[in-house]
Ligand binder design. Structure first.
Ligand code: GDP
Length: 692
């Protein structure tokens, strides 16, 4: 009826993932012993493989929770570290290396940690057992080890040797049992010796008479008894076994059989002693089974209670709302795609046109400032009088070649600013910014992983399309680089538009001036500084050097602000003047285009914008609106593993808590279900025994 242990171990594993509540822990066999007592050899003899860390430098630093799973229907032998996700490891030296690394990762300064390593070994040759290997007790603290190490190890072992666990106390036959640290520790927590199995190793090192008397110990009698073993493979069989002709367990068993049967008086059946690793294995299975059966009732009750708590929490905190990582991701993704669709519907040609036109309006203003309007003041020394263009512009005669060239050069500069790149960059940036805004407003806002995936999805598509789009756009505006025909209606529209642009620019200049007033401490103060700066400019006052250290009682910073204010005031005057010009009758007609470069350049920029938008729409917008949701599906939908979906969902603490309570509830339900089944099995078994 060993099926009980197997099922209990299954339940134990389920409960382990639920959480570390002591009431939920099913009994295990805890292995304790001094260093070099032969603890590792015993465990390896049970498993039949060498897999534990070896070495003199405290190689067991963390508890190893070892689950042995008997797999009678399969020949495969392998180990798994459930929390590391390394998969099935069939090479036991690999398991040994992994365990060594995990243990040595605990720094020398701490030496032991109570964070357990979980390892499951499946094999047709192991019994169903759950064992916990602990760091060996030490007598003296080694060089570089913390002084309190002895105590730390002892405390760690004490934590595990509590009921209902079974204690496997290892002592070596060649050391007096009275000095066995393992037995002393077990006696502290199990004074009546009810749940301790004494294992005496190295039986081959003492003469049989003495060996037999050790196993018959009366000073600390154990209800579960003592078992004597020789768990080391003797050197001659070791070489045979290494060659693969034999397994480690059968080599040990053969050796033990030879030794113990050579001393029938002491170890023969009449002596009534327990010897040999095979006997030990059987005993372990039996004892664990009984202990587990005994704790069926109490563990069931504990699970029941935990389940009630989880159910209550689920109801009160989450209103019984079902949730899974997958459904959460799918809903979040749907909602995000929906908001993107809405955005896509609202961001079409008109919006791109407006955005691009604004961008070009700025370029037009820059061109006008550089070629027609005033130039910024760069120093306090007198500058030449106002540029001729400004003074002359009202007389810009349609037949004057000078004004022809000036307008041609400005137009040409505008068509050659690299509209392709400029427009593509502007639209790409706008799309990316909109996507970021949508993410910030979505459930993905609290998910760094998803945020990154979405940003990368967007930038991936935009980057991929960038050069071809920008080239296309540039190609299509090419004709404007040579000739531009303007119709009357276009002129009228341009005139209206540029009036608005100038008005906005004037507003911006006025706002900047107000800012400066605030910065220097009022309008009056700014006027004083500007007055001084302007006098310098006109040459009415001469300043030594360039006024780098201040002048006229004003600091350098103040003078700088004065210069800026003076520039802004010139600019404002100019814009007002040009606004008046644009509104004037003269500018109503295309004939006077040389007098109204603002309007002409506006018409050009409108033409450039319209053409660019046409291609941007096809090459970038439509492509993006089509590909982006698909890319999201790949990056956040189908493309994610179950583990990644979980990780994603748990990034949000609220969702994590919600998912965990559901998972906890499900696992407890599962454990309880299995438990109920077991109890029935146990009852049936007991009835059968009574009947037999
Ligand atoms: P641990 O430190 O308690 O894990 O002890 P080990 O299992 O590493 O054993 C310590 C030493 O004792 C090793 O050299 C083993 O080969 C040896 N040893 C273990 N068991 C026996 C045994 O039954 N007989 C003999 N002669 N040596 C043993």
């Amino acid at each position: 009826m060993m099926v009980l242990t197997k099922k209990m171990i299954e339940i134990r594993n389920i409960l382990q993932t639920v959480g570390q509540s002591n009431a939920l822990t099913l009994p295990s066999i805890v292995v304790i012993g001094s260093q070099s007592s032969g603890k590792s050899s015993v465990l390896e003899a049970i498993v039949g493989h060498e897999f534990l860390p070896k070495g003199s430098n405290m190689v067991t630093r963390r508890p190893i929770e070892l689950t042995l799973v008997n797999t009678p229907d399969s020949q495969a032998e392998y180990g798994e570290f459930p929390s590391l996700g390394l998969g099935k490891i069939t090479d036991f030296s690999h398991i040994q290396r992994t365990l060594t690394e995990l243990n040595l990762a605990v720094p020398d300064s701490e030496c032991v940690s109570d964070d357990p390593i979980q390892l499951t070994i499946s094999s047709p040759h192991v019994p169903d057992l759950s064992l916990i290997d602990l760091p060996g007790y030490i007598q003296v603290v080694g060089h570089g080890q913390p002084l309190e190490l002895k105590q730390k190890i002892s405390d760690l072992c004490d934590k595990y040797i509590q009921p209902p666990n079974v204690i496997l106390a290892i002592s070596a036959a060649d050391v007096d049992l009275a000095n066995s640290t393992a037995l002393r520790a077990s006696r502290r927590v199990d004074p009546r010796g009810e749940r301790t199995i004494g294992v005496v190793t190295k039986m081959d090192l003492v003469d049989p008479m003495r060996g037999a008397s050790i196993l018959n110990d009366k000073k600390y009698p154990l209800r579960l008894g003592y078992v004597g073993v020789i768990s080391r493979v003797p050197p001659q069989s070791a070489s045979l076994w290494k060659k693969g002709s034999d397994s480690i367990s059968s080599a040990i068993t053969k050796n033990e059989n030879t030794y113990f049967s050579a001393h029938p008086l002491e170890y023969g059946p009449e002596a009534g002693l327990n010897v040999g690793t095979t006997t030990l294995r059987k005993k372990l299975m039996q004892v664990l089974e009984q202990t587990m059966a005994a704790s069926l009732q109490s563990t069931s009750a504990a699970i029941q209670q935990e389940l009630e708590e989880a159910t209550y929490e689920f109801k009160v905190q989450y209103n019984d709302r079902p949730l899974s990582a997958e459904s959460y991701l799918a809903e979040s993704l749907d909602a995000f795609k929906h908001s993107f669709k809405e955005f896509a519907e609202s961001f079409g040609r008109p919006q791109v046109r407006e955005m691009l036109k604004e961008e070009l309006d700025q370029r037009v203003l820059d061109l006008l400032a550089a070629r027609y309007w005033n130039k910024p003041i760069t120093s306090l020394s007198p500058t030449p009088p106002e540029p001729a263009s400004l003074v002359d512009l009202p007389t810009a005669h349609p037949d004057s070649l000078y004004w022809h060239r000036k307008l041609d050069a400005s137009t040409s500069a505008l068509t050659k600013i690299g509209i392709g790149r400029l427009a593509t960059t502007a639209v790409s940036n706008a799309l990316q910014a909109h996507v970021d805004r949508l993410v910030a407003q979505s459930t993905f806002a609290s998910h760094p992983f998803a945020r990154q995936a979405i940003t990368e999805a967007a930038s991936g598509i935009l980057n991929e399309r960038f050069y071809s789009t920008s080239d296309q756009v540039e190609n299509c505006i090419k004709p404007y680089k040579y000739e531009i025909d303007v119709e009357d209606v276009e002129w009228a529209r341009g005139r209206e538009n540029v009036a608005g642009v100038l008005k906005n620019e004037l507003k911006a200049v006025e706002e900047a001036t107000e800012m400066l007033e605030k910065e220097v401490g009022g309008r009056k103060r700014l006027k004083e500084v500007v007055g001084f700066v302007e006098k310098c400019r006109k040459g009415e006052i001469t300043v030594e050097g360039d006024g780098a250290t201040g002048a006229g009682g004003f600091s350098r910073e103040l003078l700088q602000k004065g210069k800026e204010a003076s520039f802004l005031s010139d600019r404002a005057a100019l814009i007002r003047m040009r606004m008046a010009a644009v509104k004037s009758k003269q500018c109503a007609s295309l004939k006077n285009k040389y007098y109204c470069p603002e309007i002409f350049l506006d018409v050009v920029s409108s033409k450039l914008t319209s053409t660019a938008v046409l291609f941007l729409n096809v090459e970038l917008l439509s492509e993006f609106f089509y590909s982006f949701p698909r890319e999201l599906d790949i990056r956040l939908g189908r493309g994610l593993s179950k583990y990644e979906v979980e990780r994603f969902a748990k990034e949000d603490p609220k969702i994590k808590a919600h998912l965990e309570v559901i998972r906890r509830k499900e696992l407890l339900e599962l454990a309880l279900n299995k438990m109920e089944g077991l109890r029935e099995l146990d009852v049936q078994e007991k009835t059968r025994r009574v009947r037999d």
